[in-house]
Design a protein around this ligand. Structure first.
Ligand code: FEO
Length: 395
């Protein structure tokens, strides 16, 4: 399968409709994904990135069906993570002398993963160029920490395509390949989930990096990332979204996230939601049980929220274990400029609220003092603080 992208540029990657987990089991995949590899056939034949090692056999067979792989003049490796470099070792058995263009950190990472290699590595940095014939050049752009230290992007002059690797991607298997052909709701839902769970920890670098790329004055007609669709129609739209999402993004939403033992804490979650709904019908309120709902999807909802309310009962002098793990992940994602409140039942020692508050503060949330902490099951008097809790949260 070789799908035309533009002129002599084709997609030769792997679209995986069955994938349901990524990064081990850490990232849930709801609409499949793809590992996008691109072939440029000008006077020189260029391969940009490969696929995950599990799809290596398919990838190389597919390439052999489409071209004489001995004619590949150079490989560009935009990123060393194994979903893009996984087929490299098998490919290099077939074409061992082909030069590989990559950043110095990508070379270190590749050799760290695979062992030292005698491959013909060429280290590149921002502004370095290669002439690939027919008046076209590849220009390399360092994308450090978007999202790995070794990441880079490659720009193809003439066709004006930015091969952005992970940046501007989405875990979304879309056979139609282009953004204008994709289901827009799924595309944007998955693009946001990807941004939140992968890019957001480095969001503080996104605006600077976009400005740096804009200063290169490259005309960009297409953005071709390494996952999901190619942004063909108005590629600027995903750049604008990245700018928006990198700027303390929030919608008029509150998310209530809880874990419960005997449903006391669950009752509080629902009572708070009912109250907010009466207090202000314009606010979107969503409730998630962390032990049942997907953590990556919840993180996306937290990203959209201006405030969150987090609940766990006390259990064995601590909070419940799913919540504990969830809050560790929450801290990693480095959300900014959001408020938080806490709730949860207890039976005797009652450490839950302090633990929740401390963990939320460590994660960068502005935590309000008010909380709901019933002894055993919640009673009417436990909710007397609810109006001031909501008011302070929304202030
Ligand atoms: Fe899609 Fe960072 O690999």
């Amino acid at each position: 399968m070789k799908i035309k992208v533009k002129n002599n540029v084709s997609f030769v990657g792997y679209i995986d409709f069955e994938l349901d987990k990524f990064h081990g089991d850490d990232y849930s995949i709801n609409h499949g994904s793809s590992q996008n590899s691109y072939l440029i056939e000008e006077e020189k034949t260029v391969l940009i990135d490969t696929v995950w090692v599990n799809n290596s056999e398919y990838f190389i067979e597919n390439l052999k069906n489409e071209i004489d792989i001995k004619k590949i003049d150079l490989i560009v490796l935009n990123h060393s993570e194994c979903d893009h470099s996984g087929a490299l070792e098998d490919l290099m058995k077939e074409i061992p002398n082909v030069p590989i263009y990559l950043t110095d950190l990508a070379k270190k990472s590749i050799e760290g993963q695979l062992g030292e290699k005698s491959w013909d590595f060429h280290i590149v940095k921002t502004g370095d160029k290669i002439n690939i014939g027919n008046g076209k050049e590849l220009i390399f752009i360092d994308m450090k920490m978007l999202h790995w230290p070794d990441s880079m992007a490659t720009y193809l002059t003439g066709d004006n395509i930015l091969f952005s690797n992970d940046a501007f991607g989405a875990h979304y298997a879309c056979m139609e390949l282009f953004n204008d052909k994709a289901d827009q709701n799924v595309l944007y839902m998955e693009a946001m989930k990807y941004f939140v769970n992968i890019i957001n920890p480095f969001a503080f670098l996104v605006l600077k990096k976009i400005e740096e790329i804009e200063n290169l004055k490259l005309k960009i007609d297409m953005i071709a990332p390494s996952h999901g669709v190619i942004w063909r129609e108005n590629p600027r739209q995903i750049v604008e979204k990245y700018k928006l999402w990198s700027s303390s993004y929030k919608e008029n939403q509150i998310s209530i996230i809880y874990e419960t033992m005997w449903n006391g804490t669950k009752k509080i979650a629902h009572k708070i939601a009912e109250y907010i709904n009466i207090f202000d019908k314009n606010i979107v309120v969503k409730i998630f049980n962390i032990s049942k709902d997907d953590k990556n999807d919840i993180m996306t909802e937290i990203f959209k929220s201006k405030a969150i309310i987090v609940g766990s009962p006390t259990c064995m002098n601590d909070i419940l274990s799913h919540m504990s793990g969830f809050l560790t992940f929450l801290k990693c994602l480095k959300f900014k400029d959001k408020k938080a409140a806490t709730f949860g039942c207890y039976g005797w020692s009652g450490e839950n609220i302090n633990i929740l508050k401390n963990k939320l503060k460590e994660s960068g949330f502005n935590v309000i003092d008010e909380s709901i902490k019933p002894l055993y099951n919640p009673k009417d008097e436990d909710y007397e603080i609810l109006p001031s809790l909501v008011e302070n949260l929304l202030k």
